[in-house]
Ligand binder design. Structure first.
Ligand SMILES: Nc1ncnc2c1ncn2[C@@H]1O[C@H](COP(=O)(O)OP(=O)(O)OP(=O)(O)O)[C@@H](O)[C@H]1O
Length: 804
């Protein structure tokens, strides 16, 4: 039996006296500790869970005089029996107070009395029970080395206290209570406070020799200090960062306040409002707009800058004040200069230029645009857009262009109401903002392709914009303030007139650009397209030359359409290859001529001038007008012997064209009946099923102007005689054989010339149209036959030898 002084603070006088309750029994119940060991000298609360542990504690209270042992569970030992898992050195605890004890948990306040060493295990069916021997520190003789160790420990502890404020209070209290003559106790108390690993702490517990214990503790203390230093460093860095940010924030706020106090700077909202007010001063706002602006400004003043409403109002005011209220560019009043600009930028187009100059001179004379809406109509690539730009240049006005093709929403023209999120003004107001003047030239492209949908009718919105009666006070939904558009010169472009809504068409001044003949294209290429593309590809005159013959071949065999865009594309192709050749071979001069053209552009797209090189009965060359320009078109008729007569047409003919084919069929049948013909001819339509076809079957065609062509094809088929190859015709046929006038004389003449036709047949009523044509267009046409009746065609079209 060993005795132990449990009161660490007891006076020397009391040391000899021992209470019965302080006598530690030899055999104790041993309870496991899972986290860290308990060091002697410590009083601490402790909880044990589990029914068997509660039983053990009860036993300790009842039988072992409140003493029990605790020992740390080993990490990787035999888990089967706790005995094998427990370290053999542990601590003897005395239960000082029972806080709560239930069937499966016990909360206690215990005091660790001393270390113990296991002597042997006592067999007990339910408990882990060992015979233990308490281990006391030998502090009787304080050697010098132990003193030194103790001092060193204390120095390190002080260092640690300085670093770790959490430990500070605890350690301070401990240190104040202990004296240096109990170094073992001091070390145990310090060890209890360290955050070291449980195995390291257990090692300290198991080290009975004080010098060695101090050594080990010093190691742990150093570690702890380093950890604390690192922690402090990290903390400092974080603090610094936060402090810097806070400092900057405070300084900035202070600066703002100082500046505001000194009147040097306003807050964001005031600055914003003043900016808008400043802008208003520079504008000539009409009274209505001014009132709205003032109202909106008042609203802005009371709104919170962070609110959505503030944002909406500010955007509205910015848009409104960004418009060029009262700003007009000064028009060029010199008509000669205007003519010079038009001539400089475009080849040919004499009558177009003439019409444009008339419009410009009116604008100059009246000093305002009012009423002039130009509509440039023509196939793609004939220069509608570039003529529009030239008009702006000639007038010295800003130019803005946008396409209305496919536009389905009225809001694109008139804007969205401001209540919608992301609302914007319409295209017209946007173009004013972009150009910065109230009198630009605005080009509305593809007006013939404007759409209608459930979102409104953009065409009627356009009417409001274009109509001189209405556009003085145009109301955009977003702006909600009237804007005078009457000084804008509107130019529209279209490929065809038929699909333009008639109220719009009525208000426009139509200027037709019919397309170019081969010679024009060669000139345009030489004078405009080649120099332009050369420049755009970074080439000089010395780098590339394209012979006249080659240009002619490009225009004739690679780009035969009415405009010059394809021609320009072919020229681009040559330029691109030149730049590549130069990159490969250094400063290499490229010379393109008729012979080597194919090396650049590949095989020609159009080989022969005409589809048919040999004429056959039933085939007649007609002339047609399409949105892509004038074109030549063959009509083919063929017969199938059949018991029942019949007539069918193919080639995607529109309704009007189908009707006119029926007229041709009926008329030719009755013409043959009424006039002397051979019997086989007389019976031809009764005995044959007739098929009429217009090639390029995939392209839709319509209109009445192929009437005479179809009738002649049927007549030629019935007679089994071919018509002349070198003649082309156009004209509407009435049921009585009268030939009625048609449109697009100019385009059709150009188309005929493009394929080398030299003789034309036109309705008599179209004579003035033809005679009005520029001699340059009619230059290559040797003869034009003006006809009134179907009969007139016969002597012209059938070669003399075959004539009846
Ligand atoms: N008479 C001309 N003189 C000089 N260049 C021309 C002439 N006609 C057309 N061009 C040029 O042809 C190119 C195509 O013209 P543009 O784009 O104006 O055609 P467009 O008629 O507006 O075609 P789209 O209907 O497809 O918009 C432009 O580079 C233009 O400068």
């Amino acid at each position: 039996m060993k005795e132990y002084d449990i009161n660490t603070n007891t006076d020397k006088d009391q040391q000899g006296l021992l209470l019965v309750s302080d006598i530690i029994p030899d055999n104790l119940n041993i309870l496991p500790l899972y986290n860290r060991p308990v060091f002697p000298g410590i009083t601490l609360p402790i909880t044990f869970n589990g029914q068997s542990h509660v039983e053990e504690i009860r036993y300790a209270i009842e039988k072992d005089g409140n003493f029990l042992g605790v020992s740390l569970v080993k990490n990787s030992d035999n888990p089967k029996h706790e005995t094998f898992r427990l370290h053999e050195t542990g601590s003897i605890l005395k239960i000082i107070k029972i806080i709560q004890i239930t069937d499966d948990s016990a909360h206690l306040i215990v005091q660790a009395i001393s270390r113990f060493k296991k002597v042997r295990e006592i067999h007990h069916p339910d408990f882990t029970r060992w015979t233990v021997t308490p281990v006391r520190d030998n502090e009787d003789e304080m050697s010098d080395s132990l003193k030194a160790y103790t001092l060193s420990v204390m120095t390190n502890v002080k260092e640690l206290i300085a670093l770790n404020p959490l430990m500070k209070e605890q350690l301070k209290m401990v240190l104040s209570q202990i004296s240096y003559d109990k170094p073992g106790l001091v070390m145990d108390l310090i060890a209890q406070m360290l955050s070291a690993e449980s195995s390291e702490l257990q090692e300290i517990l198991e080290t009975y020799d004080l010098n060695r214990r101090a050594e080990k503790l010093l190691l742990l203390l150093r570690k702890e200090i380093e950890l604390a230093q690192l922690q402090e460093k990290i903390q400092k860095q974080i603090d610094e960062k936060i402090n810097r940010q806070q400092k900057e924030f405070f300084l900035r706020e202070q600066l703002k306040a100082i500046k505001k106090e000194l009147g040097l700077e306003k807050d964001d909202k005031t600055a914003e409002i003043e900016k808008i007010e400043e802008k208003i001063k520079s504008l000539t706002l009409p009274a209505e707009a001014l009132q709205v602006v003032q109202e909106e400004l008042d609203k802005l003043r009371i709104l919170e800058p962070a609110s959505a409403e503030f944002h909406v109002t500010r955007t509205y005011l910015t848009t409104l004040t960004d418009l060029p209220w009262g700003f007009y560019s000064r028009d060029n009043l010199d008509i000669h200069k205007a003519r010079e600009i038009l001539d400089r930028e475009h080849f040919g187009l004499e009558d177009v230029k003439q019409r444009i100059l008339e419009v410009i001179s009116t604008i100059i004379k009246r000093g305002r645009v009012a009423g002039s809406i130009l509509c440039l109509v023509g196939p793609p690539g004939v220069g509608k857009t570039s003529v529009g730009r030239s008009i702006a240049n000639a007038l010295d006005r800003k130019f803005y262009r946008f396409s209305v093709g496919g536009m389905r929403d009225e809001a694109e023209i008139k804007g969205h109401r401001r209540t919608y999120i992301g609302a914007m003004p319409g295209k017209i107001i946007q173009s004013l903002k972009r150009t910065g003047t109230s009198n630009p030239v605005i080009m509305l492209d593809e007006i013939d392709k404007i759409g209608i949908s459930y979102q409104g009718d953009p065409a009627s919105a356009l009417l409001e914009v274009l109509d001189p009666e209405q556009n003085q006070s145009f109301l955009d939904h977003y702006l909600d303030v009237r804007y005078d558009l009457s000084n804008i010169l509107f130019i529209t472009t279209a490929n065809q007139l038929d699909t333009i809504p008639s109220p719009l068409l009525d208000r426009m001044e139509i200027i037709k650009l019919p397309g170019y003949i081969l010679e024009d294209k060669v000139e345009i290429a030489k004078k405009f397209l080649i120099p332009k593309q050369r420049k755009e590809h970074g080439l000089f005159t010395k780098d590339i030359s394209i012979s006249d013959g080659a240009i002619k071949r490009i225009a004739g065999q690679y780009a035969r359409e009415a405009g010059v865009r394809n021609l320009e594309n072919q020229i681009k192709k040559i330029m691109r290859q030149t730049t590549l050749l130069q990159a490969d071979k250094g400063n290499h001069k490229v010379q393109v001529n008729q012979k080597n053209l194919e090396e650049f552009l590949g095989k020609p797209i159009y080989k022969t001038e005409q589809l048919y090189t040999r004429q056959k009965p039933g085939i007649v060359l007609g002339l047609a007008w399409t949105p892509l320009g004038g074109t030549t078109l063959y009509v083919e008729a063929s017969s199938v012997m059949s018991k029942s007569a019949g007539f069918q047409q193919t080639g995607q003919l529109g309704k009007v064209m189908q009707e006119s084919s029926h007229i041709a069929y009926s008329y030719v049948r009755s013409y043959i009946d009424k006039h002397p013909h051979e019997k086989s001819v007389k019976n031809f339509f009764r005995e044959n099923h007739i098929h009429l076809h217009v090639p390029a079957g995939a392209t839709p065609k319509d209109g009445p102007s192929a009437g005479i062509t179809m009738a002649l094809a049927l007549y030629s088929l019935a007679l089994n005689k071919s018509v002349r190859r070198d003649i082309a015709m156009t004209g509407e046929l009435s049921l009585t054989g009268k030939i009625l006038p048609i449109g697009g004389v100019k385009e059709k003449t150009i188309a005929a010339r493009r394929v080398g036709i030299r003789e034309l047949i036109l309705p008599s009523d179209n004579r003035p149209d033809y005679e009005d044509l520029n001699p340059k267009i009619t230059e290559g046409i040797q003869k034009v036959h003006f006809v009134d009746y179907f009969e007139d065609l016969i002597p012209i079209t059938f070669p003399r030898s075959q004539k009846e």
